[in-house]
Design a protein around this ligand. Structure first.
Ligand code: ADP
Ligand code: MG
Length: 253
């Protein structure tokens, strides 16, 4: 998609868990070539919204459109195929497998066969293609020298980047990153920010949840603030930083 084109539209999304309203009429848009940050206190409903968008746990009400297609009733695998990739709040790598093998798991999604089929009986050509794609994405993310290291031997910052490389293997238009900088050291955060900035420059749409305000304010084009499942505020980083409602949500408690 052309830079600036709206790729994701979340409209009036409500998600209930029994009596608990985790998302209440949430609205959000993300454009190609922008980093949109989603912030808010713990329990505000950020991960829940990611689960609605990616189809992991569908919305109770509302609409989600991706590239002009309504996706809120689709299965997560269909949504991934259309071009939305995500990472989870906690690293989900097989620590004993190599970096390359871990990333190649993401490349399955782009194959013609369904995941289970291709996991069971990969033909040689398909397997080679997946590994090639994974290696390419790892190179792109600066991990070319770690392809054959056990994932568990890498520091957390690099493991997070392996997860992003894996997400990139399915050739997404939109990346959803849930707290990618959590637990990272300063230099690791900087490397992550540089990678995300590069992906943005290539036209990727990125929606990220993040608690580190320096990280968010230094990287994001726009920021949406959630509180108690609701859309509290939205704007440029400097507008958000100066917004009294936002300060209250974080400090008031
Ligand atoms: P955040 O990511 O902003 O910290 P979450 O989206 O994880 O917040 O959680 C929002 C609210 O929804 C919390 O009150 C949480 O306990 C609740 N919640 C999340 N997932 C579930 C679930 N599967 N079942 C019941 N409640 C849930
Ligand atoms: Mg969360």
């Amino acid at each position: 998609p052309a830079r600036g084109r709206e790729v994701l539209l979340v409209r009036n999304v409500t998600k209930r868990f029994g009596g608990l309203v985790a998302n209440n009429a949430m609205n959000l848009t993300v454009r190609a070539g922008e980093v949109m940050a989603l912030i808010g206190p713990n329990g505000a409903g950020k991960s829940t919204l990611f689960n609605c968008i990616s189809g992991v746990s569908p919305a109770s009400e509302g609409e989600i459109h991706f590239m002009d297609q309504r996706i809120d009733a689709l299965a997560s695998r269909e949504i991934a195929k259309l071009g939305i990739s995500r990472t989870f709040q906690h690293v989900r790598l097989n620590q004993d497998m190599t970096v390359l093998e871990n990333a190649a798991i993401g490349a399955h999604l782009r194959g013609r066969k369904n995941f289970v089929q291709s996991a069971w009986r990969l033909d040689r050509e398909e397997e080679r293609r997946l590994l090639w794609e994974a290696a390419h994405q790892l190179q792109r993310c600066g991990l070319g020298e770690h392809l054959f290291d056990a994932a568990g031997s890498l520091p957390l910052g690099k493991q997070r980047i392996v997860e992003i490389a894996r997400a990139l293997c399915s050739d997404p238009t939109l990346l959803l990153l849930d707290e990618p900088a959590a637990g990272l050291r300063h230099l690791e955060k900087r490397a992550l920010a540089e990678l995300l900035d590069k992906l943005r420059g290539e036209g990727m749409a990125i929606l990220l949840v993040e608690h580190d305000m320096d990280f968010v304010m230094g990287l994001a084009d726009r920021v949406v603030v959630m509180e108690f499942g609701e859309h509290l505020a939205e704007g440029l980083p400097q507008e958000i930083q100066a917004n009294p409602k936002v300060l209250e949500a974080y400090l008031g408690g």
